[in-house]
Design a protein around this ligand. Sequence first.
Ligand code: S3P
Length: 174
Amino acid sequence: MNNTIKRNIGLIGFMGTGKTTVGRVLANELQREFIDTDVLIEMRAGKTIAEIFSEDGEEDFRRMESAVVREVCNYEASVISFGGGVAISPLNVQMIRRSATLVLLKASAEVIASRVLLHKTRPLLDSSEGLTEQIRDLLRNREAVYQRVSDVVIETGTMGAGALALEVIRRLDL
Ligand code: S3P
């Protein structure tokens, strides 16, 4: 197996940009294992992300997230969907970049807001008011980091998960 084949494919980007949905389709297309770091964190903690935030706080969540990042970075040839805040930590970024080719999925604050409203499981966002504004603020803080650490950037626009998975395959020349 050459090095290109063994490298993981990592999906990064803001909440609600489709990392998990696209990742699952992509893994299926490529016959690779799919891993979602949020799911792994929930399994390890025995509770939901929302419960971790409310009972233990964000700092503990970030510690658990880094432990899971360290673990999945030892995998090979997998498709990994990383939580939207993973790139905040330079140590996470270092580990991830060593093990994966990173694809950034981008979407507008409006699209993100509509998706986040459908699944009210994001403790960092208060969906009761000014959701789009909160997303814009967080995006402003994170956009430069997302951009800097990624190998390929994909504007999701109106594309569905299947088309996006094919776009990843095309852009990574797989
Ligand atoms: C977070 C994103 C979430 C989850 C947690 C924190 C963030 O993952 O890890 O709620 O800081 O952006 P998704 O991007 O998969 O929603």
